[in-house]
Design a protein around this ligand. Structure first.
Ligand SMILES: C[S@@+](CC[C@H](N)C(=O)[O-])C[C@H]1O[C@@H](n2cnc3c(N)ncnc32)[C@H](O)[C@@H]1O
Length: 289
């Protein structure tokens, strides 16, 4: 009997494959494998033991954060769902970035159709997570999706929900990688904004270039990111909290971060509340009581 099979029959799982964070070269990978996973863990660890919890990541993207939670924090079960299939790249990315030969058995992924209910597909989860996803959900689907996620969670379970950047903040357009002017999207129309993007040829911050870039190529990526901008639901922190409460969740903890890279243009202060223009991130710890 091979060692791997012996180990599996004895312990119920294959032995963990080795890996090393010293080999990381990609800034996007690093920011998710380290920063995002650290934040999620810091918020959840006081209330949840990840080793035994059944977790669902809504909008898992390429799954790097899930991978980190499994490898670095011992999360025993994370199912990632997304409307795209970026997670299919994860085995190759993990091999390249941390020398991992196979993904942990703790991880599984599935593609979903936007808005299709998840309730009843699996046993109730102990923990839900969502990182930089809810600003992309079509606005009229936000409440039904939150209600569905509420139904997927066991009573007493927790939901970690983060959005960054919020739409009305300096780089809430998600276009900062092409356009360095803060709040530009609130001051010009889409045609003017697209011209800036189209003409931008400078280097982008490496931690803003995801693994989809190679699929699209430089021009295709610009079009993709711009369409993503146009589809943003423009939720404010207050609206998000209100919707989560309406869906049934209780807010256990929340943090709102603010960012003022330059003085806010007067014309915007006449139109929007100062706090809305400065609030670039919200992190929520919700519970189904
Ligand atoms: C900015 S990415 C974040 C992905 C991942 N959480 C991360 O940190 O890299 C937003 C993700 O939300 C997903 N998404 C958007 N609308 C969704 C929906 N209705 N249901 C599930 N996923 C959705 C997108 O496909 C995308 O992968």
């Amino acid at each position: 009997m091979k060692f791997q099979n012996f180990f599996k029959s004895f312990f119920g799982r294959s032995p963990a494959a080795s890996w090393s964070a010293e080999k990381i070269t990609d800034a996007w990978f690093q920011s998710h494998f380290e920063y995002a996973a650290d934040v999620v863990h810091a918020w959840l660890s006081p209330v949840v033991d990840m080793r035994g919890a059944r977790m669902l990541q809504f909008g898992c993207g390429d799954g790097i954060t899930d991978l980190a939670l499994a490898l670095r924090y011992g999360a025993g079960h994370i199912h990632g769902v997304d409307i795209r299939r970026e997670y299919e790249k994860l085995p190759k990315i993990a091999q390249q970035q941390i020398g991992l030969s196979r993904l942990p058995e703790a991880l599984s992924f599935a593609t979903i159709t936007p808005g299709t209910p998840l309730q009843g597909r699996a046993q109730p989860y102990d923990v839900l997570m969502s990182w930089s996803t809810f600003e992309h959900v079509q606005r009229d689907q936000v409440l039904p999706i939150l209600q569905d996620l509420y139904a997927c969670l066991r009573p007493g379970g927790y939901f970690f929900l983060q959005i960054e950047p919020l739409y009305y903040s300096a780089f809430g357009s998600h276009l900062g990688r092409y356009d360095p002017a803060p709040w530009h999207h609130l001051q010009v129309d889409d045609d003017a904004l697209w011209q800036v993007i189209e003409q931008c040829n400078g280097p982008m911050h490496a931690d803003e270039v995801d693994f989809g870039f190679e699929d699209f190529g430089p021009d295709g990526y610009k079009r993709f990111v711009f369409e993503e901008y146009r589809a943003l639901n423009r939720l404010t922190a207050d609206e998000l909290v209100q919707l989560t409460t309406q869906a049934g969740f209780s807010v256990v903890r929340q943090e709102r971060r603010h960012y003022e890279p330059a003085p806010i243009p007067e014309v915007l202060l006449e139109k929007y509340e100062r706090d809305i223009l400065l609030n670039n991130e919200i992190i929520l710890l919700l519970q189904k009581k």
